[in-house]
Design a binder for this molecule. Structure first.
Ligand code: PEP
Length: 249
């Protein structure tokens, strides 16, 4: 269990210059002296704008993906050194939408985590089972396999990553894992990390999947839930601020 929670917003493919400005200003103003780390993972064109807007605030900047490559003929990709130049401190890797729509494999996700770490960016590694996998009793096997690939490639610095358990059936569906379901998988992940690092307690394990103002407090109260990765609710300042407040208690 870590003390200081991390609340990361995943804007997904949402935003505009005007909307971003409104949102960042509202969050910065409302969060005051929040007793947790707050990050915003923004679409690829916006790090420069959001880096400027967050200046003088406690908001950290994140990206939603990062290339496994450093540079070269990889049209459309954005490298870790590029993100770093714009103040990016976190990068989501292996989000289920990228695994599903872009065919990202466990190995690609592990390489992306490695590329991020090599340039001082903390990867937020997403793992999680589909509904069919849960119903087939395969939840543990799936998340362990996804995590094992990342540990295999990044074992020496595994305590520097952030993990996000995101059951695919709970993302954007309004269906949340119960606090007990979340804790069960988080404890499993912690145990897996324990075998790979003497400091598994240093790794933030976030829950993601329809976390909102109403359910955040009970999820965040679980011993192995060290924060949240928030999609939809991170785009609404009042909701995101309530989650930040719940994480600051
Ligand atoms: C996400 O995109 O990582 C996510 C958890 O989305 P939502 O909160 O909308 O379910």
């Amino acid at each position: 269990m870590t003390q200081h929670k991390l609340i990361a917003g995943n804007w997904k493919m949402n935003g505009s210059l005007a909307a971003n400005e409104q949102l960042v200003r509202a969050i910065a103003q409302g969060m005051g002296d929040a007793n947790c780390t707050v990050a915003m993972c923004v679409p690829a064109p916006y790090p420069e704008q959001v880096n400027r807007l967050r200046s003088g605030t406690k908001i950290e900047l994140g990206a939603q993906d990062v290339s496994r490559h450093e540079q070269g003929a990889y049209t459309g990709e954005v490298s870790a050194p590029m993100l770093r130049e714009f103040g990016v401190r976190y990068a989501i890797v292996g989000h289920s939408e990228r695994r599903q729509y872009h065919g990202e494999t466990d190995e690609a996700v592990a390489d992306k985590a490695k590329a991020a770490l090599a340039h001082g960016i903390t990867p937020i590694v997403c793992v999680g089972e589909t509904l069919a996998e849960r119903e087939a009793g395969r939840t543990q096997d799936v998340v362990k396999r996804q995590m094992a690939a990342v540990i295999h490639v990044n074992g020496h610095c595994i305590s520097e990553i952030v993990v996000a358990y995101e059951p695919v059936w709970a993302i954007g569906t309004g269906r949340t894992a119960t606090s007990e379901q979340a804790q069960e998988v988080h404890a499993l992940l912690r145990a897996q990390l324990k075998a790979a690092t003497p400091h598994p307690e240093r790794v933030h394990i976030l829950y993601g999947g329809s976390m909102n103002a109403a359910n955040a407090a009970s999820l965040l109260a679980q011993p192995d839930v060290d924060g949240g990765l928030i999609g939809g609710a991170s785009l609404k300042a009042p909701d995101f601020l309530q989650i930040i407040a719940a994480a600051s208690r």
